[in-house]
Design a protein around this ligand. Structure first.
Ligand code: DLL
Length: 433
């Protein structure tokens, strides 16, 4: 059994979890009804009051909250408490519009640190570790979430921040970093930088990594494990809940435990909004149970995953598990009538050993038809013949997954430039009607 940060809560019997959830759900419903005009109005429209919530199933009477609801009420309209009671502000990057802003009370920061400490301990972090945090420190939740959680575990935190990849590698070497965090695509990039510096990542002391913030396939995970000789855990979260720390995978590597004493999860059909069965794909919908600053009811994450049934995990934890996030429903691309998730393409690419870590899909319109070009870096520089051979092979392999033939362009290592923290896997240049 791996180490638990909070054994009592992490192994709480399921009936107890449900009892606690109902108590906390009622408190949250009262809190938002009394303090957030947006929810008061929604309750009126639905002709419900907080007293209608008597069982956990009654959650289905409650209104959903969407990203556009949040945008309409930004920056502070969704707050359930005065800003005087808040001590920290975070915001999502806002690449697709108004940034989603959340303010935290001291208790919110405490809970966030606790769930992060659970996730990090579950991933193997101990007070003996040197924990390097190569994530930008700023309004993005990533860096602070990991920082607070790792300090709570008692590890030595190196707040190395984002970028300057050579410096990151030098810090790892100089301080003997044992544990790194961040985003999977950046861990892949860092391994390439180390190799370019003449350093084999395996020779560094890094033996553990915990990554999230974007979809990454088991294939990419395996790649990172091999190239660094480290164990890799997946961590999930979003600004609207706290940031990273909603769930992470244990040493079984078979699903992410979601901390149900702080978040109530539903998995719904995104069209009918009916719950799907266990191990059926649906949209993850989350309700905060202990948030004071910006509590949210039934937040539609748009993230697609499956919930496992409620049996106790081999690791001893009782909190429900979900599969890694397959992607966001808004990342799904319809091209020539076929639904494609970037993860399907990544799975094919990562199986091929000559392929490097970085890739993207470019969509264009030619004549009346949509065209998909998959651009992918090779691991090492290839001869023209080998490059053409690889393009042909990948074309066939991708075709067998997505049914039509894409174009494939193999590029030299390090030629796809990344902007920002999260990898941008899709560039859509199609003509819009
Ligand atoms: O990305 C918080 C975070 C930071 C999580 C670092 C993990 C590690 P946002 O910027 O608000 O917050 O983006 C949240 O990112 O709805 C998912 O679509 C995606 N996402 C987060 N974690 C994962 C993951 C942070 N492990 C959005 N796998 C979410 C797949 C993820 N997608």
């Amino acid at each position: 059994m791996d180490y638990m940060f909070n054994k009592k809560n992490e192994t709480m019997p399921r009936e107890k979890i449900k009892e606690l959830q109902l108590k906390r759900l009622k408190e949250t419903v009262n809190l938002v009804y009394e303090n957030v005009p947006f929810y008061k109005k929604k309750f009126k429209e639905k002709k419900i009051t907080p007293s209608d919530i008597k069982t956990l199933e009654d959650i289905r009477k409650l209104p959903f909250t969407t990203k556009s609801d949040l945008r309409d009420n930004m920056p502070f309209g969704m707050m359930a408490t005065s800003l005087d009671n808040c001590i920290e502000l975070h915001a999502s990057s806002g690449t697709t519009g108004v940034p989603i802003t959340a303010c935290y009370t001291p208790k919110d920061i405490e809970v966030w640190s606790e769930v992060m400490a659970r996730c990090l301990s579950m991933s193997g972090l101990t007070k003996k570790d040197v924990f390097q945090n190569p994530i930008p420190y700023g309004t993005f939740t990533g860096a602070f979430g990991f920082h607070y959680g790792a300090q709570k575990v008692g590890a030595l935190v190196i707040p190395s921040g984002m970028g300057q990849s050579e410096r990151q590698i030098k810090l790892m070497e100089y301080y003997g970093t044992t544990f790194i965090s961040g985003v999977a695509s950046y861990a892949m990039r860092l391994s390439q930088v180390a190799l370019d510096m003449g350093l084999d990542p395996k020779k560094l002391k890094v033996r553990n990594g915990v990554f999230g913030a974007e979809m990454f396939t088991p294939g990419l995970k395996k790649r990172i494990m091999e190239i660094w000789n480290m164990d890799v855990h997946d961590i999930y979260g979003l600004t609207e809940m706290c940031g990273p720390g909603v769930s992470a995978d244990c040493d079984q590597h078979d699903g992410l435990h979601l901390w149900e004493d702080h978040f109530l999860v539903e998995c719904l059909d995104p069209i009918t909004f009916e719950p799907v069965g266990f191990e059926e794909e649906g949209e993850i919908v989350l309700t905060t149970l202990t948030k004071e600053g910006m509590p949210l009811l039934r937040y539609r994450t748009r993230d697609i995953a499956k919930l496992y049934d409620e049996k106790v995990c081999e690791c001893g934890r009782t909190h429900i598990k979900h599969t890694p996030i397959k992607g966001r429903s808004d990342d799904m691309i319809i091209i020539r009538g076929t639904n494609i998730y970037p993860g399907q393409i990544e799975s094919v690419l990562m199986k091929n050993n000559t392929v490097g870590g970085n890739w993207r899909m470019v969509l264009t319109t030619e004549g009346d038809a949509d065209q998909l070009t998959v651009e992918v870096e090779s691991k090492a520089t290839l001869s023209q013949v080998d490059q053409m051979e690889l393009e042909k092979q990948l074309k066939n392999e991708i075709k067998s997954v997505i049914v039509f033939t894409p174009r494939v362009t193999v590029l030299p290592p390090n030629s796809i430039q990344q902007e920002g923290l999260k990898a941008k896997r899709v560039t859509d240049k199609r003509k819009k009607e």
